[in-house]
Design a protein around this ligand. Sequence first.
Ligand code: NAD
Length: 499
Amino acid sequence: MSVTTETGSTTFTSLNPATGDVVGEHPVHDEKAVLEAVQRAKAAAEWWAGLGWKGRRVRLLNFKSAIARNLNEVARVIHEETGKPVGDAVFEAVGAINLLDWAARNAGKVLGPRSVFPGLLAINQKAILEYHPLGVVGVIGPWNYPIYTPMGSIAFALAAGNTVVFKPSEYTPGVGVLLGELMAEAVPEHPVFQVLTGYGETGGALCRAGVNKVAFTGSGPTAKKVMAACAETLTPIVAECGGKDAFIVAGDADLDAAAASALWGAMSNAGQTCTGVERIYVVESVYDEFLGKLTERANKLKAGYEEEGTSFGPITMPRQLDIIERHINDALASGGRAVVGGPESVRRPFVDPVVLVDVPETSSAICEETFGPTVTVSKVKDVDEAIERANATEYGLAATIFSRSRSAIEVARKLRSGMTSINAALAFALIPGLPFGGTGESGFGRIHGADGLREFARAKAITRQRFKTPLDTTTFTRTEKEVEQIVNLMKKLHGKTYR
Ligand code: NAD
C-alpha cells in the first residue's frame, strides 16, 4: 500500500511503495480548506497579474532556480514516494525545470499584445489582440511523474498570469508540498501557488471551489468525473489522460536503435508513463530480427529498488498490479505467448519485463492501458497495416515510427495522436516549445508550448479607431449610394472564380 488512512482521519501518510516505509504525513484538506485556499488565490491573482510579463518572468525563473538548487532533495522525495531510481527522478525534475524555464521566458512573447491586420472593411481601425489570465487555475496531478507532469500545467498557468492551487496525487503528496515550499521561497509576497493534499474528494472540492479552469492529469474515468463536477459551473477543463501508444518498425528501420528505443519507451519508469510504448507493430520482413534484438535487451532488465543493476522501480499504485496481471493473463489465455517473462514476472510490488507476441487485437493487453513494463509485439504486412492497427484505439496520445525513409513524416501525420516521434521514442517530451496532449480517451486541450500558454489565457480583442472613413459602417449614417459602392467593391474583390 502506498497510502494509508483511517476513515474520517484528517491526515494521511504517503508510503514508499518498495519498502512500505512512511515517507511523510499530510493533511486531508476538506471542502472548507479548499474554498479558503481558492479565496486566497483569487486575492493574490490581481497582484500576480499586475506584475506583468517581466515581473512574473523573474519570479518564475527564481522558482526554477530554487528547484535546481534543491535537485537532490526533490529527486529524493520523488524516489521515495514513487520508488523510481534516483537517476530517473533527477531526469524527471530536469524535465520540469526545462518546462518552467520555457514558460517563464516565452509567456510575454506568446501572450503579449500584438497588432492584427484589420482587413479592408475596417482599414481605419487599429486591431489589437492580447491574452489575459483566467484568474485561478486548479491543477490536479497524477503520481507517475509527480513533478514533470503537473509542471506542464503549473508553469504555463502561472506564466500566463494566473494563480494556481495544486492538488497532487495522494501517492506523491510530498513532492507537491516541496514544490509549494520552493515557490514560497522564490515568491514570498503572496500565495500565488498553493498546494492542497488529500484524496479524490479534495480534487472534487477544488473543481467546485470557483476556480476559473481545471487542469487535470490522470485517468480517463477520473477526467469524466472532473468534467461532470466542472459542468455544474461551466468551468472549463484541460484533460491529459492515458494512452495505448503504438511503435511502428518499418522494413528499412535501424533495428538496433529501434529495439533500444522501443524497450526504453515501454519499460522505463516500470511502464508507468502516459506516453509509454504499449504496442509494437513490426513489418514482417524484419519482424524476427527485431524481436530477437528486443528480447535480448529485455532479458537484461530488472525491476528493483536500490539494488545494483536495477533498471526501474516498483509499481507505485498497488491496484495497478491487478490490471497488469490481468492483461498478461488475458493475452496468454487468448492465444498470445510471452517471449520474455510471464505471469511470474509480477513479484508484488515489482514487475519484471514482459514481452508478449501473437496477442489478438481484441485482448485487453492491446485495447486497454496497461501502465506496466509489458509490451505486445505484432507482425504486420506493411506500414499501412501498422498505421491502421495503431489508430484502431479509443486513445490518441503519442506514437513512434522507426524508418530511415524521408517519408516517415507522412506516416507520423497519419497516426492519430497528439505527438509522434520519428526514430526516438518520446523525444517530443524533451521539447518544451511543442504542445503536449491527446485526442479521444487521451483527453483534450494542450499543455506545453505556445498552445499550452494559450490554454490558460483568454483572448481579448481591442480595436481603436484611427481615423474616420467616408463610409461609416458602425453607425446608421449610410446612404443607398454607399451600399451600392460596397456591392460593387465586393464583386471586384471577392466575386471571381478560384481555380
Ligand atoms: P487518477 O485519475 O486516479 O488520479 C489523478 C488525480 O485525480 C489524483 O490527484 C486524484 O486524487 C484525483 N482525483 C481522483 N478522483 C477525483 C475526483 N472525483 N475529482 C477530482 N480529482 C480526483 O490517475 P493516476 O492513477 O494518479 O494517474 C495515472 C493516469 O494518469 C494514467 O492513466 C496515465 O496515463 C495518466 N497520465 C496522463 C498524462 C498526460 O499528460 N496525458 C501524464 C501522466 C499520467
